[in-house]
Design a protein around this ligand. Structure first.
Ligand code: NOJ
Length: 543
């Protein structure tokens, strides 16, 4: 059987280290905590881990504000801890990719500190400095920060503004500076030489800005009116030059074995733009290996909508390119809440969808036990977005609550005693929803995930095969064929709360299903239970 390279095989398991496992007992998860849970991750069947940022940082944006690209923040441990984690992961066949924030650094990074010292600083052009309009007092243009307010901060010392597309503690780096680019590439090399197998590239489509700093046009939106979202971001994102930098990044990666780059590509808020994500894959072998298309995250729980969303993503994958899929991450409401409303039947259906599509699945920690969003009180909020926009926008803490390991205090996440406790409150449902309980129950959602991942691993049709959506059937049912080796498999998912009957192209037998036993045979018609999701093997004609 053809074997897929690790990053095509997947799943890749995203860890938000602050919230995974706290071995140090200070209420914040750490690298040693991740290391101690490697057997759990290996048991799940993940081939890689994406670690959200662990570099030294003032933590204004919880690590997405890096003040040193070559070290580990003491909160998470040391470089030695990191190396130990890397080695132990490798022994289990798990690769580690780091989160890499190239668009901006922290304002405490020595590069920025130096850049700020004067207009003639040798690192002045490593960041984006502009004089004001209207005699120096007006903002250089109309760009807005994603986390509120203008994207420009006036600097009293030198009388110019610097650009920050996120908080003002995250100044944007200038990717038109070759010296900065060269220095940043050395930072990447540092981690590659240590043995990391790649990077998740934060907001990769933001890197280069319009050379003339022209205004963004405005657009009308009826949702929560963040001024940032009332602009079409054609000047501060997606510039042609960014694709050139991506090619250079790819060339760097190609000097190392089996490495992978996955880019976070953000279209305008609420817009589906698989074509944009697809462009970051270049010609298939000179762009990113993978790019996130977040369209499924904005798609409602409807079979026909999901089908057209997935189809349009596949259409945008260049020949030789490879898709990937994501339903949850540290910035979004968890799919179990957003789509599932806490109903495990929906969680199981989503798991089957994610793990039987063509392309690499990404799992967000806790997704495999059906963790739902936390409900936080105002004083419990930590995320700058939640704090700024309370009560109009929930912020992102809700999807970052501690991993629920067992039913002991703090869900087994941390031994930190009150009043300190975990950095974010544990979701009170941990008493019923936790890893230890799910391990003991063979019918739990955790076992469902494991079984599906195992199937994905052992069936070429799933990890490497083609996909075709079948015309059919009631609108509430999603049906697709996966073909590979000499096998034909069929995913059949009933998105409705009513039984639905579909016609199959051939007779089939059940590989796995929420509604029937493994091995059960089917004629050319199949009646699905409400919300049933199953994977079937099509039997050759005559069976
Ligand atoms: C996208 C990251 O996913 C998010 O968590 C972060 O706040 C911003 N980029 C800024 O780095």
């Amino acid at each position: 059987m053809a074997k897929a390279v690790w990053w095509k095989q997947g799943p890749i398991y995203q860890i938000y280290p602050r919230s995974f496992f706290d071995a140090g007992g200070d209420g914040v998860g750490d690298l040693e905590g991740v290391r101690r849970k490697l057997d759990y991750i290996a048991g799940l069947g993940a081939t890689g881990i994406w670690l959200s940022p662990v570099y030294p940082s003032p933590m204004v944006d919880f690590g997405y504000d890096i003040s040193n690209y070559r070290d580990i923040d003491p909160l998470f441990g040391s470089l030695e801890d990191f190396k130990r984690l890397l080695g132990d992961a490798e022994r289990r066949g798990i690769r580690i990719i780091m989160d890499m924030v190239l668009n901006h650094s922290s304002d405490r990074h020595p590069w920025f500190v130096e850049s700020r010292t004067g207009r003639d600083s040798p690192k002045r052009d490593w960041y984006i400095w502009r004089g004001g309009r209207k005699g120096g007092r007006g903002y250089p243009n109309n760009w807005m920060g994603a986390f509120g307010g203008r994207a420009w901060k006036h600097d009293g010392e030198t009388g110019e503004y610097y650009l920050h597309l996120f908080t003002e503690a995250q100044p944007d780096l200038n990717w038109r500076s070759n010296a900065m680019k060269k220095a940043m590439f050395e930072e990447l090399r540092f981690w590659l030489d240590l043995g990391v197998k790649g990077f998740r590239l934060d907001v990769i489509n933001y890197l280069v800005k319009d050379a003339q700093f022209r205004n963004n046009p405005y657009r009308l939106r009826l949702t929560f009116p963040r001024r940032h979202d009332l602009q079409t971001h054609i000047m501060d994102r997606n510039q042609e030059e960014t694709f050139g930098i991506v090619r250079e990044l790819r060339a760097l990666m190609d000097q190392y074995d089996e490495t992978m780059l996955v880019g976070e590509v953000y279209p305008d808020e609420g817009v589906h733009d698989p074509a944009l994500a697809g462009r970051f894959l270049g010609g298939g072998d000179d762009g990113l290996h993978l790019a996130f298309d977040f369209s499924p995250i904005y798609t409602p729980f409807k079979a026909d909508r999901m089908e057209s969303c997935l189809k349009s993503w596949y259409e945008k994958i260049p020949p030789g390119g490879w898709p990937c899929h994501v339903l949850s991450n540290h910035d979004q409401s968890r799919a179990a809440t957003r789509l599932g409303g806490g109903d495990d039947r929906i969680n199981r259906l989503l798991a089957l969808l994610l793990l039987t599509q063509r392309g690499t699945p990404f799992l967000y920690y806790g997704e495999e036990i059906g963790m739902v969003d936390g409900r936080l009180k105002r004083r419990e909020l930590r995320d700058p977005v939640g704090v700024k926009y309370y009560p109009f926008h929930p912020g992102r803490d809700r999807s970052r609550t501690p991993m629920q390991w067992d039913d002991s205090p703090n869900a087994g996440f941390s031994a930190a005693a009150p009043p300190a406790g975990p950095w974010l409150p544990v979701n009170p449902d941990y008493r019923e929803r936790n890893v230890a309980g799910a391990e003991r129950d063979p019918s739990s959602i955790l076992h469902w995930y494991r079984d599906l991942i195992q199937l994905r691993k052992t069936h070429e049709a799933l990890h490497s095969g083609e996909i075709e959506f079948l015309p059919h059937h009631p609108r509430e049912v999603l049906m697709y064929e996966r073909r590979g080796g000499d096998e034909r498999l069929l995913g059949v998912l009933n998105f409705s709360r009513r039984p639905q009957t579909v016609s199959l192209p051939l007779s089939a037998e059940t590989l796995i299903s929420t509604g029937r036993a493994k091995g059960s045979p089917w004629g050319k018609e199949l009646t699905l239970a409400p919300l049933e999701a199953g994977l079937f093997r099509l039997l050759p004609e005559g069976f």
